[in-house]
Ligand binder design. Structure first.
Ligand code: NAP
Length: 280
């Protein structure tokens, strides 16, 4: 089975849109997402444009604050402080990467945890790791929602995660532990990666190495979620050799059209959650 991330994301956006419309009727309020974009890095411009478009479609008011690449850290911190104290703002997102003169950690840490729609603030990271309710990074959240469409109960499954980044691998592991999976986290120093992968009822590939996972790395009937986005000539491919693995896996996400659309839909979901938390 090929997991249609576009379709799942459209369904999630529809749910979000309905909920926002209901809340608007009752309160006359809508969520507002502030996006900070620094510099003219083309992929960031494209991501932000897509996020803005998707936000508008579901009824989230989205504004993009643009800075040139020579902006100082102090100026961005001042803006974040303003946004933190602005009651109308439900969520704040700083598009990464940032130029070298800006300390990414300082910026992330300065976003108020209740408006941290990316789930990168240490308070949210710590809550997730402790098993509390937290704002969860959008990509792993999207992966979990896709997995649960295939298999409602993940308890007892062996999940093998390729990659240990703060963005993907680590929060993914926390989410799957919460689902009572047995979790193996692998990385660039892991010995016998293929043997580790072969243990997985679930494989989450988030390494950024094109077509790394081959058919003989995957056991029959596994669910394979491919987070990778890699350029191969003119083509975008994942971390999994899709054409080979699709015949072995029970279900697999394609690249593009798998995890990517869910990531943006989960950003909207997180924005709605932050908005609702401020209403109560
Ligand atoms: P990252 O920060 O570069 O982390 C990559 C991880 O993979 C690291 O833990 C690294 O190990 C590990 N790794 C690298 N090469 C490996 C190898 N040959 N064997 C085993 N492990 C290896 O990357 P990221 O930000 O997590 O992103 C991963 C991929 O997901 C990228 O292709 C990125 O573009 C994509 N992505 C997609 C979405 C989406 O919405 N679909 C969102 C975000 C990212 P070490 O820790 O040992 O270095």
């Amino acid at each position: 089975m090929i997991i249609d991330g576009k379709k799942e994301a459209a369904a999630l956006r529809e749910e979000i849109k309905k909920e926002i419309s209901l809340i608007k009727k009752k309160t006359n309020k809508i969520p507002e997402l502030a996006v900070i974009l620094v510099g003219d890095f083309l992929p960031s411009q494209i991501y932000v444009r897509n996020k803005e478009k998707n936000a508008k479609e579901v009824g989230i008011n989205s504004s993009v604050i643009r800075y040139s690449k020579d902006i100082t850290e102090k100026e961005i911190l001042k803006k974040i402080n303003e946004l933190n104290n602005d009651d109308k703002i439900s969520g704040i997102l700083v598009q990464l990467p940032l130029p070298n003169q800006i300390n990414k950690e300082q910026i992330i840490n300065s976003i108020h945890p209740s408006k941290d729609v990316d789930g990168f603030n240490p308070e949210n990271v710590g809550k997730l790791a402790s098993g509390y309710h937290a704002i969860v990074p959008c990509t792993p959240l999207g992966c979990l929602l896709l997995l649960k469409r295939i298999e409602k109960n993940l308890s007892g499954k062996h999940a093998v995660i390729l990659g240990r980044s703060n963005l993907n691998g680590k929060p993914m592991a926390q989410l799957l532990l919460k689902e009572n999976c047995t979790v193996t986290i692998t990385h660039s120093r892991t010995k016998n990666l293929k043997e580790e992968c072969l243990k997985g009822d679930i494989i989450i590939a988030a390494v950024g190495v094109a077509n790394l996972v081959k058919k003989d790395w995957v056991k029959d009937g596994s669910i394979v979620i491919d987070v990778g986005i890699n350029k191969m000539g003119e083509k975008i491919v994942g971390d999994v050799d899709f054409n080979e693995v699709k015949n072995i896996a029970k279900a697999i996400t394609p690249v593009p059209g798998g995890v990517g659309p869910m990531t943006i839909a989960c950003l909207l979901k997180n924005t709605l959650e932050c908005f609702k938390a401020r209403l109560t």
